[in-house]
Design a protein around this ligand. Structure first.
Ligand code: NDP
Ligand code: 8X3
Length: 253
């Protein structure tokens, strides 16, 4: 029986790259997101390459739907999740805090914080009971310090750091490992989503610098999951060369 990784937000960017990396590394996969068609095409591709793939379509903001999806695994070969990658998330807007859209704030808070907590609450008890497992949360350099107009998004990723650190304490008497991955600029759909579909503005975010790819982050996630069982990669900050932190990026324009 292969180990099982459950990846949220597996239809795009970092989550999709993690699906490919973990499949290549010998995992079976539970892939989750809202877009059923995209999940199905990734499933078909990875199954052709030899991985077993189960898809679960739900919105992480909908705690009841998440619970029903996870409970549907009980008593099946998918029951025991070895690695949970809490990746689903987004930024919406890049506005001054006093001019931001409260709807955007709620979506970010509900997805990046509450959705991650929902999945943690559903999956981790069985890990603790089995005395094995690994939770990899996708935080961000944005959680280290606020950057201009990042306010609420940065706050959600600061929360991911605190939630990850808290979980690491709470599972310390078990063999469950907990990792916070903190990427910098990664070229995915992230900026297109942030700018509500304005792809031209999104492209500007990556001008004059070679950004990271989802695959770069997936490699680090896989490294953390593959470390010997006595090694806990607690936190990793992964920046593009020429990016120094959330605010300072040298661009060759
Ligand atoms: P993408 O927009 O490419 O992917 C986001 C993924 O999250 C999609 O698969 C989307 O799937 C899923 N998702 C979004 N909202 C929900 C929801 N409510 N319920 C379920 N799934 C959801 O962005 P990235 O790959 O870049 O982002 C992944 C994570 O990485 C996020 O947490 C982001 O904050 C973080 N991050 C990104 C960085 C970057 O520069 N790109 C840097 C640092 C961190 P679907 O729409 O099908 O539901
Ligand atoms: C995504 C990276 O710097 O655009 O979390 O916020 S950043």
């Amino acid at each position: 029986m292969k180990p099982i990784a459950l990846i949220t937000g597996a239809t795009s960017g970092i989550g999709e790259a993690c699906a490919r990396r973990f499949a290549r590394g010998g995992y079976d996969l539970i892939l989750t997101a809202r877009r059923a068609d995209k999940l199905a095409s990734i499933q078909a591709e990875l199954e052709t390459e030899g991985a077993k793939v189960k898809t679960l379509v739900f919105d992480v903001r909908d705690a009841e739907a998440a619970e029903a999806a996870v409970h549907s695994l009980a008593g099946t070969p998918w029951e025991n999740v070895d690695v949970l990658i809490n990746n689903a998330g987004l930024a919406l807007g890049l506005d001054k805090e006093y001019e931001g859209d409260p709807e955007d704030w709620n979506t970010m808070i509900d997805t990046n914080i509450k959705g991650l907590l929902t999945m943690t609450r559903l999956i981790v008890p069985a890990m603790v009971k089995r005395n094995e497992g690994h939770v990899i949360n996708v935080g961000s350099v944005a959680g280290d310090a606020a950057y201009a107009r990042g306010n609420v998004y940065c706050a959600t990723k600061a929360a991911v750091k605190a939630i990850t650190d808290g979980l690491r304490i709470d599972v310390a008497e078990s063999a469950v490992r907990v990792t916070n991955l903190k990427p910098g600029l990664v070229e995915t759909n992230f900026s297109t989503v942030r700018f509500h579909g304005d792809s031209e503005r999104a492209e500007g975010v990556y001008k004059g610098i070679k950004p990271l790819t989802g695959a770069d982050i997936a490699d680090v996630a896989f490294f953390a999951a593959s470390a010997p069982k006595h090694v806990q990669i607690a936190e990793v900050l992964i920046l593009a060369t020429h990016q120094a932190n959330g605010s300072f990026i040298h661009r060759d324009l």
